[in-house]
Design a protein around this ligand. Structure first.
Ligand code: ZN
Length: 47
C-alpha cells in the first residue's frame, strides 16, 4: 500500500514510512525531518 507524506507530498510504500499518530489519526512520513515539521505545525497539514 502506498502512502503520501503530508509535508513534502512524496508517495512511497507504507513499509518505508515513519508513522506518527496525532489525534487518533495516522500520518506517514518519508523521513524524520518531515515528521518534525509536522509536529511543529500539525494544523497546517490535517486533512
Ligand atoms: Zn517527506
Amino acid at each position: 500500500m502506498s502512502v503520501t507524506d503530508p509535508v513534502c507530498g512524496l508517495e512511497f510504500d507504507e513499509s518505508l514510512a515513519i508513522v506518527h499518530e496525532f489525534k487518533d489519526k495516522k500520518y506517514y512520513f518519508c523521513c524524520n525531518g518531515c515528521r518534525k515539521i509536522f509536529i511543529k505545525k500539525p494544523r497546517k497539514y490535517k486533512n
